[in-house]
Structures are given as structure tokens and as C-alpha cells.
Design a protein around this ligand. Structure first.
Ligand code: FES
Length: 333
């Protein structure tokens, strides 16, 4: 197996067949910076000083024109073909990957519609499901060249259950491949990944802000948090009343109505939604007017489409002065 050496450090690790440089590093427990694992965010940039690597995706959105001029690569899109010497900014503060990802076979054990375009899929692995609340897994689906990143909505468990709430995207290859799976179908599941996990050592009240298909990781965090004595404020933004499904999940949690509260909002309100009794407007505006007190007293977790993430970050970090260390999210686009 190829050996990857990080120049200027004593770090060396093996790359198993088919693993990207990022996967190899994480499996070795090294805290290689990353967010999306799929070539979109650019966080895993590095350069190859010696050796050969195969690039999975030409021109990934995570590389800028300047990155290309400087011959930078994405660790999540490169597979070592020989030993490599690489230059990368890997944390030197002793941090390590909390749970090293591993590749497993997963069997589809069930699926149910959550809304007209959201489906909950349940997979089971022979191994225990080990992940932190808010993390994601890479699913290799039939007919697709690249694995898709989907966040778990449940919490770690010994039975090996991995549950996902996934939006059926029109013409989306991933959601279409998932919808075509029959119960009992086996896929490859690789995980866990992601850095926006629930910080259990922080005593601040928790705020989860989810939009659309970003519901799953926030549910995972809410489920874990509800099992403690922490106060939880859960915000879910949907487009229409027919899309609003967050409250039904949160209402099942211990402490709901007391230390666990949910505010659900729809951004498009028309005659069809006449019976809607929740909030209306974009979810960052709802948070701005609903959340009490100084915002830096909270720990924030955010998941959703890029415009929503950008609007929430602007509200939290720019307008309300929340330290970035108190805002957790993974960029997927
Ligand atoms: Fe590699 Fe996002 S581009 S982790």
C-alpha cells in the first residue's frame, strides 16, 4: 500500500486501495482539515511534492483558479498511486479524529415518506453504528461514480442502525438511486465524517438551525442533547406548510415543551397554507426575532442550503458577534 508522508513533520500513513488521501489520513486518526469530503468546500487542499496520484474529479468546485495555478489538489479527490510526499496544514495542537471512519456494508432495512419529497431511510451494518451527533456518512449507490454524503438523523447505537432523512431532489442522481433501492439491498457505507458534531463539554444552551434538507444532522444533535439536561432551541425553516416536518420529530423528544422548544417557519405562505399556525419568513429572520438575550450565550449548530447557511452566519457572526468557535456547520456545496 502506498505510504503518504507529510513533509516537515513525522506524520506517515498508509493508503488502502481506493481510499482518497483524506480518507487514508482520517482512518489513521490524523486531523486533516476537511468539511464536505466531496470536492466542494476546498478545506482539504494540499500539494503533492513527490509521487503520483489519481484525481477523481477534474475541476472540482473546491479549487479556485489560483489553486489550480499553484497546482493545489483536494485530498478528498486524490488517490495515491505511489508513495507520496505532500505538503498540508494539519493541526499541530494534538487534536485527533474523534472516530476514525471505516467502510462497511449496509443493508436497507426500511424507508418511509416523511413529506411529499423527504424520505427517511434506515440502513443496518453488522458493526455498531459509531458516530457523533451531527456527522455524516458517504454512501456508494448503484450506478454512481462518486459516493454521496448524507447526515445521520439518529444517534450512535450498538445495533448498527444508520438513519437518514433525505430530500428527493428532482433529477438528483443520489436521491433517485436511493429511491430505487429495495429493502434488503446492500450498499457500501463509509463513515463517520464531519466536524459539526455536538460539543458535550460546553455548558451553553444549544441552538439548532436547520433548513430544508439540512434537517437530519440537527435532529441527531437534538436527539443527543435531549437525553441530557441541556436546554435546546430548535429552528426549522421550510418552504411551505407541506414541507414543514421538523416539529413532528422534535415533539417526540424528552423535555419537549419545557427545556426543549421548536420554532418552525415557512417562507412561502399562500392560500393553500391557510391553516398554518407557525412562523412565517426566512429562518434566520425568525431566529433574529425569537431567540432571547445575548446570542454569544449559545452554542449554534447550522445545516441547510448554502444561501441559508450564509444568511445565518451573517446574522450570528457579523450582526450578533457570536464567536466563530461557537458556530458549527459543514459546507457541502
Ligand atoms: Fe475536500 Fe471539501 S473539498 S473536504
Amino acid at each position: 500500500m502506498p505510504i503518504i508522508t507529510v513533509s516537515g513533520t513525522a506524520l506517515r500513513f498508509e493508503s488502502a486501495p481506493g481510499d482518497t488521501v483524506l480518507q487514508a489520513a482520517l482512518r489513521a486518526g490524523l486531523p486533516w482539515p476537511y468539511e464536505c469530503s466531496v470536492g466542494a468546500c476546498g478545506t482539504c487542499r494540499f500539494t503533492i511534492e513527490a509521487g503520483e496520484a489519481r484525481v477523481l474529479r477534474e475541476n472540482p468546485p473546491g479549487l479556485s483558479a489560483m489553486d489550480r495555478r499553484k497546482n493545489r489538489k483536494l485530498a478528498c479527490q486524490c488517490v495515491a498511486e505511489t508513495d507520496l510526499s505532500v505538503s498540508a496544514k494539519i493541526g499541530v495542537d494534538g487534536a485527533c479524529v474523534p472516530i476514525a471512519p471505516r467502510r462497511m456494508s449496509a443493508v436497507l432495512s426500511g424507508a418511509r415518506a416523511v413529506t411529499h419529497d423527504m424520505t427517511e431511510y434506515r440502513f443496518r451494518t453488522a458493526q455498531a453504528a459509531r458516530f457523533l451527533p451531527g456527522q455524516y456518512a458517504l454512501l456508494a449507490l448503484p450506478g454512481m461514480n462518486e459516493a454521496r454524503a448524507y447526515s445521520m438523523s439518529n444517534v450512535a447505537n450498538e445495533q448498527g442502525d444508520w438513519i437518514f432523512v433525505i430530500r428527493n431532489v428532482p433529477n438528483g442522481l443520489g436521491s433517485r438511486a436511493l429511491a430505487a433501492l429495495e429493502a434488503g439491498a446492500t450498499i457500501a457505507l463509509d463513515g463517520p465524517y464531519g466536524g459539526a458534531w455536538l460539543r458535550t463539554d460546553v455548558p451553553r444552551e444549544i441552538v439548532c438551525i436547520a433548513g430544508g434538507s439540512g434537517l437530519a444532522p440537527m435532529l441527531s444533535i437534538a436527539r443527543a442533547a435531549a437525553a441530557t439536561e441541556r436546554r435546546l432551541h430548535f429552528y426549522y425553516g421550510a418552504r411551505t406548510a407541506a414541507d414543514a416536518c421538523g416539529r413532528a420529530f422534535v415533539a417526540e423528544l424528552d423535555g419537549f415543551g419545557a427545556r426543549v422548544r421548536c420554532v418552525e417557519a415557512i417562507s412561502v405562505h399562500d392560500h393553500a397554507d391557510a391553516a398554518w399556525q407557525g412562523e412565517t419568513g426566512l429562518i434566520h429572520d425568525v431566529v433574529a426575532r425569537d431567540l432571547a438575550g445575548a446570542f454569544d450565550a449559545y452554542e449554534f449548530y447550522v445545516s441547510g442550503p448554502p444561501p441559508m447557511i450564509a444568511a445565518v452566519l451573517n446574522l450570528l457572526a457579523v450582526e450578533r458577534g457570536v464567536p466563530t468557535a461557537q458556530i458549527h456547520f459543514d459546507r457541502f456545496f
